[in-house]
Design a protein around this ligand. Structure first.
Ligand code: DGI
Ligand code: FE
Ligand code: FE
Ligand code: FE
Length: 188
């Protein structure tokens, strides 16, 4: 098994320096959000370290792993940018020995979201949206919302992604819409 430093070395070697900086930002932010909202900061940091482990793997390799290991069939019909999350969870378990299902799910759903996101899912997904290196229209609004509403901030994150996909007439993974609606319901 890998200790924290070994895991960091193994994961960082699989991506360009800039993407590793992003992961560093997600780690820091996930711990802050976990402390703020009552999630386990150790689990949040572990999920953050691994969340983008497969982000820079070749698309053919992601595709091959999805097929070979019978990972989500449905995802294959949607945007390739969603695949690294599913493969990342698989690799976290099989290669890096993560056994905690909460951590594996936070990795698996960090991009798409899901209905009934756990506290840990929300923390990791929101940290991914708002880490200090992120710069997209609306990110400061998300950071402000995150000071008082985990669900409000994350819903704003999904609104931003869905709006971006709509503006480019791209296909939206239905689970993202369901995840967003579920968060809005939790705000009512
Ligand atoms: O891996 P990161 O860039 O840190 O962040 P991410 O895993 O959230 O990014 C995934 C990308 O996937 C993001 O730029 C938007 C794109 N995408 C394409 N289709 C969908 C989608 N994201 C979501 N949530 N839902 C989609 O249907
Ligand atoms: Fe990602
Ligand atoms: Fe995300
Ligand atoms: Fe990320």
């Amino acid at each position: 098994a890998y200790n924290r430093d070994e895991l960091i070395a193994a994961v960082s070697s699989q991506m360009p320096a800039k993407r590793w900086e992003h992961t560093r930002g997600v780690m820091e932010t996930a711990v802050i959000l976990a402390d703020r909202y009552g999630a386990d900061p150790v689990k949040a940091e572990l999920a953050a370290i691994l969340h983008d482990v497969a982000k820079y793997w070749p698309i053919q390799k992601l595709h091959q792993m999805m097929v070979e290991h019978a990972l989500s069939e449905e995802l294959l019909h949607y945007d390739k940018r969603l695949w690294h999350a599913e493969v990342g969870a698989f690799v976290a378990e099989l290669e890096y020995g993560v056994t905690d299902v909460e951590v594996l799910d936070a990795i698996r759903y960090h991009t798409s979201g899901r209905v009934g996101m756990t506290l840990l899912d929300k923390v990791v997904c929101l940290a991914d949206y708002m880490e200090p290196g992120r710069d997209f229209p609306g990110v400061n609004n998300i950071r402000e919302l995150a000071n008082h509403s985990l669900e409000g901030a994350l819903a704003a994150g999904f609104d931003s992604t869905i709006g971006f996909l709509l503006s480019r007439r791209q296909i939206i993974f239905p689970l993202t819409v369901l995840a967003r609606n579920d968060l809005i319901k939790q705000l009512e």
